[in-house]
Design a protein around this ligand. Structure first.
Ligand code: URA
Length: 212
């Protein structure tokens, strides 16, 4: 099934930034689910609002809740290493956010109710940023857009047709890779490296098309 976006006309980086700032302000005051009671901060996004790639994770952890920025803890640092190795620049090439914006207690998986309460923010972010590529990082993010039952290990690495004009790929979550250290051929870390190289190749292809 294809997902629809909101038709917001954000033609340049300045307008995108303004629209995202307004959405962030609403999000930071959100009380739509119980998680607002335990958050230090709602974690809205990091990176470039005009980036070609949008990476969507699961939910903030303790470090993200404390700083208000996504993927700054151990999982984020490992993600940075993988991105750097593939030649993807986190601050220039990526807009990063999460499926839900407030930390679930003990980092438990977000409930369907919590995901639904946050869905408008995520759809708003995609609609404003209009990335060329979306990376669904881990099962929770992938679950938000894929209706059938799946295992992340089966769907990762394939280009998915979930939105008009946006290439989507599911990739492993770095928290999973923190528990799997092997670099052997076919291991999760090896697959992650390969997926990110494919994504970099797609990014280069898009850049060549838009430069011409
Ligand atoms: N895991 C996520 O999915 N998102 C974060 O921001 C941090 C850890």
């Amino acid at each position: 099934m294809k997902h629809l976006l909101v038709d917001v006309k954000c033609s340049d980086a300045v307008i995108k930034e303004k629209a995202l700032k307004e959405l962030r302000n609403v999000c930071c005051q959100c009380k739509a689910c119980e998680l607002h009671k335990t958050r230090t901060s709602a974690v809205f996004s990091d990176g470039n609002p005009d980036a070609p790639i949008m990476l969507i994770g699961e939910a903030p952890g303790a470090d993200e809740d404390a700083t208000g920025k996504p993927f700054v803890g151990r999982a984020g640092q490992l993600l940075n290493t993988f991105l750097e190795e593939a030649g993807i620049d986190r601050q220039r090439d990526l807009y990063i956010c999460n499926t839900i914006k407030c930390r679930p207690p003990q980092n438990r998986v977000p409930s369907n109710e919590e995901k639904l309460a946050c869905q408008g923010y995520l759809i708003g972010q995609i609609s404003i940023v209009r990335p060329k590529i979306i990376l669904l990082c881990g099962s929770t993010a992938a679950n938000s857009f894929i209706d059938e039952d799946f295992k992340i290990s089966q769907i990762r690495g394939k280009w998915l047709n979930l939105f008009d004009d946006i290439d989507v790929m599911a990739i492993f979550h770095p928290s999973y890779l923190l528990r799997n250290h092997s670099l052997e051929t076919g291991s999760p870390r090896w697959l992650m490296k390969r997926d990110l190289l494919n994504i970099k190749a797609k990014l280069d292809e898009i850049r060549t098309q838009t430069d011409n």
